[in-house]
Design a protein around this ligand. Structure first.
Ligand code: PMP
Length: 361
């Protein structure tokens, strides 16, 4: 049998394992921060109609500039943005990869603040960009002083700020983003994959874009829009940044079907986002009830909660799985992460972990 070691693989990919949480078919899957609510049937019917029309055109390549989609994404984001500020790709993972292809690469470095979204370091090695794991403050918070100090000490070419941060859920202040921007001449990406779940009144990093041509704010339709299976991520930035990304994107990278589905969904933004309030309620409930059970949940501005005080995370993960409940062991000692599901799913998880609690002690 040929193994990877027998192949002339790039040195920095040797020994690596592909990213991916287990995809298990269980009654309650709360492991990858999906929106567990299906999209409303009336909206699904409308999207299906748009797809039916789009399929009649697939003998031709799609609009390489995805113009309508950029218009609609700009309209959704507001903040005075226009299509020239918008870029999109197959999931925000691909957007972030394109950012590294354009601004990273051999001899360049990417700073993130660990623990953070684990794809960042993987995208770095895939593009031969050096990954620098910065640190955080107590409770995984990130103050302007700590963040700016890491930037000054490591002089990265690119900084990724995850806001709110995955896997900790912790929100990030605009002051920290401004401090990082001011401390570097490089590219600063604020990954707002979970922005729609922030408490009401939270300002997005989009408000910082004017006058900051090196600031990029990435978003996704995978979470709040319940569109993970479609693969549509996007970012807002200065038009010069989107021009830079055109240099590395594959021609026609967004299929006609993807574009049609996303445009149709954005025409129903209100209905698509209707579940966000519900999910926030379940998120807050997770924090309150896990705390009452004696765990230490972190504050969360996202649709998931990281909680400490777990004596044996692996055993607790397995015991929940045996009950058909899949959550995430993110490798942080004493901690587990759970996504906020529907009320029924969240209740099932809380009831199960309450039963396990004595055994876990
Ligand atoms: N950023 C963060 C912080 C995430 O948690 C995720 C998904 N888990 C992504 C980006 C990528 O999402 P997608 O590619 O589905 O847009």
């Amino acid at each position: 049998m040929t193994s990877l070691d027998d192949l002339p693989l790039r040195a920095n990919l040797r020994g690596q394992i592909p990213y991916g949480a287990p995809q298990l078919h269980v009654p309650v899957a709360l492991n990858v921060n999906e929106n567990t609510h299906p999209i409303p049937p009336a909206v699904a019917a409308d999207i299906a109609q748009a797809l039916a029309a789009a399929i009649l055109t697939v003998n031709r390549y799609p609009d390489r500039e995805f113009t309508q989609l950029r218009d609609d994404l700009a309209g959704y984001l507001g903040h005075g943005l226009t299509r020239d500020n918008i870029w999109a790709a197959n999931g925000s993972n691909e957007v972030l990869q394109q950012v590294l292809q354009a601004f990273g690469g051999p001899g360049r470095s990417l700073l993130g603040f660990a623990p953070t979204y684990s794809m960042y370091s993987i995208l770095a090695s895939g593009t031969d960009t050096r990954w620098i794991a910065g640190g955080r403050d107590a409770d995984y918070e990130l103050s302007p002083e700590t963040a700016a100090r890491w930037v000054r000490e490591t002089s990265p070419d690119i900084v990724f700020l995850c806001s709110p941060n995955n896997p900790t859920g912790t929100p990030l202040s605009l002051a920290t983003i401004e401090a990082v921007y001011d401390a570097t001449d490089g590219i600063v990406v604020v990954d707002e994959a979970y922005a729609e779940f922030a408490p009401a009144g939270t300002e997005s990093a989009l408000s910082l874009l004017p006058g900051r041509e090196r600031l990029l704010v990435s978003r996704t339709m995978s979470k709040a829009f319940a569109f993970a299976g479609v693969r549509l991520g996007y970012l807002a930035a200065d038009p010069a940044v989107t021009d830079a990304l055109r240099l590395v994107r594959l021609p026609y990278h967004l299929s006609a079907l993807t574009q049609a589905a996303a445009v149709a969904a954005l025409a129903h933004t209100g209905e698509m986002l209707a579940m966000v309030d519900d999910i926030r309620v379940q998120r807050d409930r997770l924090v309150a009830e896990l705390s009452a059970l004696g765990f230490n949940p972190l504050r969360s501005g996202s649709n998931f909660v990281l909680f400490g005080g777990v004596t044996d995370p692996h055993a607790t993960f397995e015991a929940l799985l045996a009950e058909g409940i899949l959550i995430r062991d993110v490798g942080i000692p004493g901690h587990l992460r759970v996504s906020a599901g529907t009320e029924a799913e969240t209740s099932a998880f809380l009831a199960a972990i309450a039963r396990l609690r004595p055994a876990a002690e």
